[in-house]
Ligand binder design. Structure first.
Ligand code: ARG
Length: 543
């Protein structure tokens, strides 16, 4: 059992009904805020309550306690308890993180590019954050369903196919660059020529009603894009595969039925010929109720209808407990409305929850959206090429790229900066990869040792406490999906390791001390490797 849980168990009887709330603290090994909560319930001075907790708690053999500040209880664990706890996780394949006892089916909807276009840096965040979620939840023992909700059914296909059929070409697969050229030409015609715009719109209807020549082009274009997306996922080390594609088109024959069900449940209102849901609490700019359009006035279905159908399928057919949508922050209202309608339709019952795992933008050095010199979105392939060109091993460039993303709070924006992400010091991927490789080489040089831990030096203590913090961090991130907390933890662990390594000689130490230190080294190396693996970042043994 981890130390936080052990300490909490000892405090619980003397601070009930308050939660013992034991956390790591910069002021002591651990700290409990329970007395502050309890004082409010009892209407007594918090420091007095904290003094009672300290006096009455049975911490024998585990820790010493003292009151601090306004009524915190500071806990200092004994060297023996710390040694025993760290010895246990060092001997554990899972580093003290047991598989969950309540296994869920979790669906992660991520990447989801538009199949009429090339992947750009705009897809990096969803792809990387979603893949980290998948890796973490799977490692914790959940059943994870990956879904790549490909945009393969909308206006952009009408546009591009109309353009290609107009140019007289025969259907075939395109490469990414060719697709981009065709998309750009179609876009120009669409914006400049009202006649083309009409034809493109009719082409969408032809696609959706099954017109053979339209479908022939569509099938090949989508196949080409899927192939290219898979190449990019492989280069990125992302676990999405062919079987995870469930494009918007795959819900086409459920859309009418979804609308019928929502109508029967009284959730739709017609408004200017369109059918809309008006979930309570959403207001338009003019102050009126905000509609979620479920069927357009021309009878067509849009993005929202597809998301409702997808959600219903995931909830009722796949019986998913937790639905995660890793999509940019601008779609916040869209998802809030879709979830509200799904809730009202009774699709999110029995503790099932849907969450929008929102993220901010990647910015250029000027603080605006990151673009190429010509003002276009930078393709992901170009970013990956540059990552390779700037580094000696592909794992380092890609690792740096992913780490820069995952180490910044996903809710905010961040500035894309090669020099910063590739730096060998600071909170970067390369720093952690080097820290890991250095430990590997130290262990190689050490040869055999007898695992076991006795803590004497302060730096050993700090490193042991850092190792023990892996479990609470991982558990917290599985809930919050704030991967910057895991990244920050790994960086702190690596920093605790360097401080330890500076002060505590390892290979030259006396045999018993050497065993302790090598045990700590190996546990640190394994924690760095496991933690980076959860983020989807490789840890080569040599760099
Ligand atoms: N294709 C969408 C876009 O580029 C993202 C899809 C996200 N997933 C979803 N279920 N809507 O904006």
């Amino acid at each position: 059992m981890n130390l936080e849980a052990l300490l909490a168990a000892r405090l619980r009887p003397v601070c009930a009904p308050a939660d013992p709330a034991v956390r790591r603290s910069p002021h002591a090994d651990y700290q409990s805020a329970a007395a502050l909560v309890l004082a409010r319930t009892l209407d007594r001075p918090a420091r007095d309550v904290a003094a009672d907790v300290v006096a009455r708690a049975d911490l024998a053999g585990l820790a010493t306690a003292e009151v601090s500040g306004p009524g915190f209880v500071n806990l200092t664990v004994t060297g023996d308890a710390l040694a025993a706890a760290v010895e246990e996780i060092a001997a554990d394949d899972r580093l003290g993180v047991p598989p969950v006892t309540r296994k869920q089916t979790v669906l992660v909807d991520y990447s989801g590019p538009n199949a009429a276009k090339e992947l750009t840096i705009g897809h990096l965040r969803s792809t990387v954050i979603g893949d980290a979620a998948v890796r973490l939840l799977e490692w914790l023992g959940h059943d994870v369903v990956r879904v790549n909700h490909l945009g393969d059914w909308g206006t952009s296909f009408g546009m591009i196919i109309e353009h290609l059929i107009g140019s007289g070409a025969a259907p075939r697969e395109f490469g990414a660059a060719e697709l981009s050229t065709a998309y750009r030409a179609a876009r120009v015609a669409f914006d400049a020529d009202p006649d083309f715009r009409d034809r493109a719109r009719r082409r969408v209807v032809l696609l959706q009603t099954g017109d053979a020549p339209t479908r022939a082009w569509w099938r090949r274009l989508v196949a080409g894009s899927r192939r290219d997306f898979l190449v990019a996922y492989r280069r990125l080390g992302v676990t999405l595969t062919e079987g995870d594609f469930a494009g918007e088109s795959s819900y086409q024959d459920q859309l009418a039925d979804v609308v019928a069900e929502l109508t029967a449940k009284g959730l739709l209102t017609s408004s200017d010929g369109a059918l809309c849901a008006f979930p309570p609490g959403f207001t338009a700019r003019d102050g009126g109720p905000l509609p979620l359009i479920v069927r357009k006035s021309d009878g067509g279905y849009g993005y929202a209808t597809t998301d409702l159908a997808a959600l219903r399928h995931r909830a009722l057919d796949l019986r998913v407990d937790r639905l995660l949508y890793v999509v940019g922050a601008p779609q916040r209202t869209h998802f809030a409305m879709v979830f509200a309608v799904a809730e009202a339709a009774g699709w999110l019952t029995g503790g099932r929850r849907a969450e929008h795992v929102a993220f901010g933008s990647i910015l250029g050095p000027d603080g605006r959206m990151f673009r190429s010199r010509s003002g276009e979105a930078v393709t992901l392939a170009a970013v990956l090429d540059e990552a390779d060109a700037r580094t000696s091993a592909p794992e380092v460039g890609v690792g740096a790229l992913k780490y820069a993303d995952l180490s910044s709070d996903r809710r905010g924006d961040y500035v894309f900066d090669w020099d910063r992400m590739l730096a060998l010091t600071g909170n970067t991927g390369p720093y952690l990869q080097y820290a890991h490789a250095r430990i590997r080489s130290l262990l190689d040089r050490a040869g055999g040792f007898t695992p076991g831990v006795t803590i004497t030096e302060p730096a050993e203590r700090e490193l042991a406490l850092a190792l023990l913090a892996f479990e609470p961090v991982v558990t917290g991130v599985a809930e919050s999906l704030e991967f910057h907390r895991l990244a920050g933890y790994l960086h702190d662990l690596a920093a605790a390791f360097s401080a330890f390594y500076e002060r505590c000689p390892v290979l030259r130490a006396a045999p018993a001390v050497r065993d302790t230190r090598l045990t700590l080294c190996r546990a640190t190396g394994r924690t760095l490797r496991q933690g980076l693996d959860l983020l989807g970042i490789a840890t080569p043994d040599r760099l």
